[in-house]
Design a protein around this ligand. Sequence first.
Ligand code: GAP
Length: 446
Amino acid sequence: MAETTDQPRVSMDEITALAKRRGFIFPSSDIYGGIGGFYDYGPLGAMLKRNVKDAWWREMVEKRDDVVPFDSSIIMHPKVWKASGHIDAFHDRMVDCKVCKHRFRADHLRNAEQCPDCGSKNSFTDARNFNLMLQTFVGPMEDSAAVAYLRPETAQGIFVNFKNIYQTARKRPPFGVAQIGKAFRNEITPGNFTFRLREFEQAELEYFVPDDGNDLAAFDGWVKARRQWYSDYGIKTDRLRFYELKEDERPHYAKAGVDVEYLFPWGWGELESIAHRGTYDLDAHMKLSGKDLRYFDESQKAHYTPLLIESSAGMDRTTLVMLVDAYERERSTDPNGKETERIVLRFHPKIAPLQAAVFSLARNKPDLVELARGIERDLRAVFRTQYDEGNIGQLYRRQDEIGTPFCITVDYDTLDDRSVTVRQRDSMKQERIAIDGLRNYLNDRL
Ligand code: GAP
């Protein structure tokens, strides 16, 4: 489904450089040269990703009475992965270059004759399967009986607990179980910054419905809800598409499937998959475990296996989309006719790492500094804020680059009129606001 754009608005190099310069995302273990497929989130990145996860959690769990939260362990009984099909079938086709020994995913080479790394011709081995699960050992013995896997998706923890959950939460289908957590895949070729990682976070919703003829309507309802989510949190709709999978693109048991894709600088990439998985997952665990996971319908005095609708979104990919989508290089002419340029991240205010920055115009004026710090402390109780001081132009530039919607400056007039200058990130408009009115001013706009 790869498609390229003629002229991306922003390059991945620009995004990677900004992410490092401002402390959003760093390569993991950077001082030792990094490790492929792993990244660390710096102070602003950690806040950004936290806001993305909170936004998902708020809309998908907290605001609904038909979804319950869950949090399962990363390592589970290896039979979980046997039943789910991951041990037998979760692999990519892989080839090696016989000359430089580099490894590639066969589907990424697309019939290329030459090695993309060393340029050798016809140097590839035959393709073979490569299982993507990361292995470890549990307990003191490092033998085959102790092999365990780091989960490649969070969903299975929900399936094996289905009965525990519906009984204790006293829920009957239709209802959903949601979880956000780490997943691990030993990707052959991680890349595109944090798009394809070996350690990443998923936000998964498993929605169980009765087989009463309303399942496809429930599927459509979730597609609609997810479309709404992206739009509510500011993702441009023309850079997002909901690709409906055709029958031959879906697993045999899936009645419907939609991939949510974003137009990244390198082309369309999947952010989330929404799938109607029938009874496949619960059936598989009932078969291997011999345990009955069916729902008991008290009114009918009968057991049945509910159908499953899954929405599975990558939180690292969504965070990356927030960065890419918000990025703008803006040129304008200042009042003196001089051409200026700024980089601005136009985050949605709920997603922005910081919501307001408070500045003292002068570093060496204790009364200004004290007043500005006091204002920041007061706002901090309600908003995500930061105090800073120094050259106002540089301070604005920094806050634009990290996407802070409002900058509040305490200047010499403030001491007399108890007002501050509030500057809006997007319009750069400035207005004088009384200190006492700041909380309300921000509340109305955030
Ligand atoms: N339980 C269903 C499931 O795991 P998936 O399409 O394999 O479905 C869902 O994964 C989402 O998880 C993807 O759309 C993507 O956002 C994220 N994801 C998968 N592999 C990833 C990787 N290697 N790096 C970052 N995110 C990944």
